[in-house]
Design a binder for this molecule. Sequence first.
Ligand code: GCU
Length: 856
Amino acid sequence: MFARVGQGCLALLLMGSSLCVAEDGSAAWLRYAPVSGAQYQRLPSKIVVTGDSLVEKTAGEELRRGLSSMLGRPFTVSAGAVGRASGGAIVISRSASSDGVDRYRITSSSGGVSIEGDTVQAEMYGVFHLLEEVGIERAIPSREVQSASSPIRWSDEWDNMNGTIERGYAGPSIFFESGHVRADLTKAAAYARILASVGINGCNVNNVNADLDLLTTEHIREFARLADAFRPWGVKLALSVDLTAPQTVGGLATFDPLDPLVIAWWKAKVDELYAAIPDLGGFTVKADSEGRKGPSQYGRAPADAANMLARALAPHHGVVLYRGFVYNNHLDWRDPKADRARAGVDNFSKFDGQFDGNVIIQIKEGPIDFQAREPVSPLFAALHHTNVAIELQTAQEYTGQQRHMVWLPSMWKWVLDTDMRADDRHTPVKEIVTGRSFPLADGRPRPGGFISVTNVGMEENWLHHPMAMANLYGFGKLAWNPDEPLAEIIDGWTRLTWGNDPKVDGVIDALQLGSWQVYEGYTGPNGMGTLTNILGYHFGPGIESAERNGWGQWFRGEKDGIGMDRTAAGSGYLQQYPKALAEHYESLATCPDELLLFFHHVPYDYRLHSGKTLIQSIYDTHYAAAREAGMYGARWDTLKGRVDDERFAQVSRLFAFQAGHAIVWRDAIDDWFHRISGIADAAGRVGHHPGRIEAEAMTATGYVSQDVTPWETASGGKAMVCHVAEGCTLRSTLTQRQGRYDIAVQYFDTWKGVSRFELSIHDVVVASWKADDQLPPAQFDPNLDGQTSTRFTVHGVAVRPGDVMTLRGVPDMREELHAGGLQAADPGALDTRSRQSRDYREYAGVDYVEFSAATD
Ligand code: GCU
């Protein structure tokens, strides 16, 4: 982190200044960069912490660290019972309130500042709030009261104990390696600080597909070290457990949740856990889902399993987050009534009211699986006597895997604000998950809340894309207060992460705020799902992978039309919503365009509310969105010199990748729709690419043609590949008019070789580059397809008609290097569904070369 310390920095570093710290992203939004503003000069330099708990002491020290760094003068911390907001000090204290809600009050006067919390954690949240106000150069509040929306504000990490992360895109686990908790937990502790700074109070550290030997005594001792690392920040450790543990760890013959031996085993195991970790948050459970075993094996209900664990946890105040993500992944796609989206309500609503008070049903925001857009899960409206929490995914599994910039709070806010009309009343999702729509019998809100599947990794900046941490920040803010405006949230993040330069704020805020709609615009349209390769890594396009298999992500693209019929005449899914919402979606007159194909099967020339036909709207949206993504780079360039060089370069590289990949998405989807509908693009773009020269149309030396699967992920369905170790060439005599061009080469960067390319015009080399695997590390993809298709652009090349263009590719044909397999070689790069890939060969595949008028 302190890799590049410049001249004269030592003194500043000793003062705790962040000025000299290289901007590697590790500090996230807690950079505490110097701020201007005489308004803070009156802030007393004495900090008094009246409590003596670990969290309160940590809060005091954090305030000292942050203010000293931002204001460039020393602050001191002392203990003591000083009166409030007086005596020329900043006083951090605990109030007398005891309702358990994380609530703080900040009051300031000429005499000083008081930060008073109703819990010790709330004292810390008050401290972070004050630091944030200074960081974004706002006035110190004279009186402000803030309370958390709900008690559950957790991050779930899908880390495996071998150090890999399911759907993790930023390196190996920060918690585990080689089957154990890491010896060095510096990064884990730093992460807890980041979580606490936005009010997140729990962290479940292991994959919902839990390691089967997780609960051995040896591991429990190790987890205690993790809990120690989190504790100063008021972040509770939680664990995902597998219901078979009584068998796999305990050696019992059964894991039947009603078996007395099983009940006794869990009770003893939970007691053992709490002896080691007295403040353990509780368990998350994935059962009867995607191959995980569950209570159904014994004819038992989810409530039987959840309550059995809940009763073991209750004496210790632990909770069970039982996941509502239970569905059959062997559905019969020929059956028009079969519908995966129905699973949540079908599996859980009948047990409403049967779950214990410390069970919370954790429901994914949509009924399928974190697509670019889905309707809200109807399960939120079906449980009136059960605690619920919403599961959101900060890890961008289906939304670009932190290689595309997508600010997800825009989507989450849309979800949280959706009014479910349960009991024909105003019941927005945010009020359901914060327990207010269906309160407890005594009128108090039900315990519930928010879960983010985050999956940070060992990469310095946690999530790989310097823009991606805005999602975690936004999650924390919405979990604390789902009514906080998006513009305010992103502005806070940008200022704290990139500085208070108004130009920088303006550009980044605007880019982030529009990014979800842009991503949605070039991926799956009108509620069809992301249309990624669902059988692979969920990164690039792979449209029909969702059709005709048991996974149930069908969209039923047929000659006559497209979309899942979920009306009363179809699967009947729509009837799972409360009446008003069901009617709204059921009627084509009111069903919103953006969800149309999720609910209805319509012809391709169906006219949308927008006035366009469905097919033309798809073509237009994809062109517009890809163009928008293509402009991110130019907008970013306007910030050169206004942000640090390290992160500037990282973002530039990623925006260039996104621009190219957006074109891959655009063309795959438009070409596929063109073929299935047989309807031409009225604007004449789809299938016509005047500046494009297909690789298979060039004169090849060594290069041979290869079909690409699925066909829509390569222009013309084909690529050229080179199997000759010395390299191959593609040549074409150009017919372009004389001028300066941007030349884009669309090639395939497969895992894990490093092919080399060289582009020449008339024997003058204009560019050379390596296919060096900048894709998500989970892409163990040896295939030429939409996941590996990558674009390299060289700008402003002078070209005359008759010039000969030569593209030379040198493949990387190394055989497998690690006899032990990839797992040992590169744990961070593992994806559970692709472990069998063992080939380093890369054949310098080329799709096409495209000329466009130079932009610079
Ligand atoms: C998705 C994801 C899996 C994950 C599952 C879950 O299907 O692709 O990797 O295990 O969700 O949430 O349980």
